[in-house]
Design a protein around this ligand. Structure first.
Ligand SMILES: Nc1nc(=O)c2c([nH]1)NC[C@@H]1CN(c3ccc(C(=O)N[C@@H](CCC(=O)O)C(=O)O)cc3)C=[N+]21
Length: 284
């Protein structure tokens, strides 16, 4: 058996064309959604990601607001940019590209953000709202995973989901999303302290691998027919190496390629959060 592909690139393209139509409708009402990015320092990887986000915005008609600070910026400098974007009516939502350069403290910066302008869905208020079931921006990678499964007809309702990794961007937050009544999955969160990962994996209908450990998920541990999402990003000789061993494609029913799987979906969901915030504010 060879797994079917959870094609994130094609799915993200379909979502972007739907978002473009919603942006056009907002513009007809006199509202132009705007995404802000705050980039501090000159890490080439971070710059590449941020540029990608602005390219995505251009594709769907969202305005771009780019703020850049040198690596020598002080905590106060960064916080002032956050205050400025909070006050800017053209900015529907924004992200502060992480990680910040050494010497800067990211938590006070994130807490200073207006939670209603949180495009990543990772502000303490956004995570609190998700836990409490209050509407608001949702974390982009978990949301992208749900959309990717849904649009390929993979059943989430009642599924046994095993998540590997307890990072806030994926592992910590996806359980909150998948155990809502609307998704209705059973979620097990595994991490480096899990004694027998294989034991959990072998019963999983859906595996979300977000540990950042190359080829951690082995074919012998995957239940035949399971859906496997590879979120891991490690680099070896310039190439992306995911958390899922290539042999898993012979056992799984569904597999997300990496690159071309969850990454493009994460970016599409960032745009989705901006459009939804603009619609919420315009009363659509
Ligand atoms: N405040 C903040 N929000 C973020 O969302 C955020 C961040 N900081 N810091 C860095 C990480 C990383 N991240 C990625 C998103 C998409 C791809 C993506 O689309 N990757 C492509 C290609 C990648 C390649 O070829 O290098 C793919 O998977 O197909 C990758 C990485 C968002 N991040």
């Amino acid at each position: 058996m060879t797994a079917q592909i959870l094609d994130g690139k094609a799915t993200a393209a379909a979502i972007k064309s739907e978002l473009a139509a919603r942006v056009a409708a907002l513009k007809a009402k006199g509202v132009t959604p705007g995404l802000g990015t705050v980039l501090v320092g000159d890490d080439p990887g971070s710059r590449w990601y941020v540029n990608g986000k602005h390219r995505d915005c251009a594709e769907v008609g969202i305005a771009s607001i780019q703020r850049e600070l040198p690596a020598t910026a002080t905590q106060e400098d960064v916080e002032n940019v956050v205050r400025e974007l909070n006050a800017d009516p053209a900015c529907t939502g924004y992200i502060v590209q992480l990680p910040l350069p050494k010497g800067l403290d990211q938590n006070p910066v994130l807490e200073l953000m207006d939670p209603d302008k949180d495009a990543d869905g990772l502000h303490p208020t956004s995570l609190g709202r998700l836990a409490l079931g209050i509407e608001g921006p949702l974390p982009c990678t978990p949301l992208g995973i749900v959309e990717l499964l849904r649009r390929h007809g993979v059943e989430i309702n009642g599924a046994e989901v095993v998540v590997i990794g307890r990072g806030v961007t994926v592992g910590r937050s996806i359980g909150l999303l998948l155990t809502r009544r609307s998704e209705n999955a059973t979620v097990t969160l595994c991490h480096t302290g899990t004694r027998d990962l294989g034991y959990h994996l072998r019963k999983a209908d859906i595996v979300v691998a977000a540990a950042g450990v190359p080829h951690l998920v082995k074919p012998e541990d995957v239940k035949p027919g399971a859906a496997v999402l590879d979120v891991g990003v490690s680099r070896s000789e310039g190439k992306i190496v995911g958390d899922v061993h290539p042999g898993v494609a012979e056992v799984a029913g569904w597999i997300s390629p990496n690159p071309g799987g969850v990454g493009p979906m994460t970016r599409a969901m960032l745009l989705n959060n901006i459009v939804e915030a603009a619609e919420r504010r315009a009363g659509v």
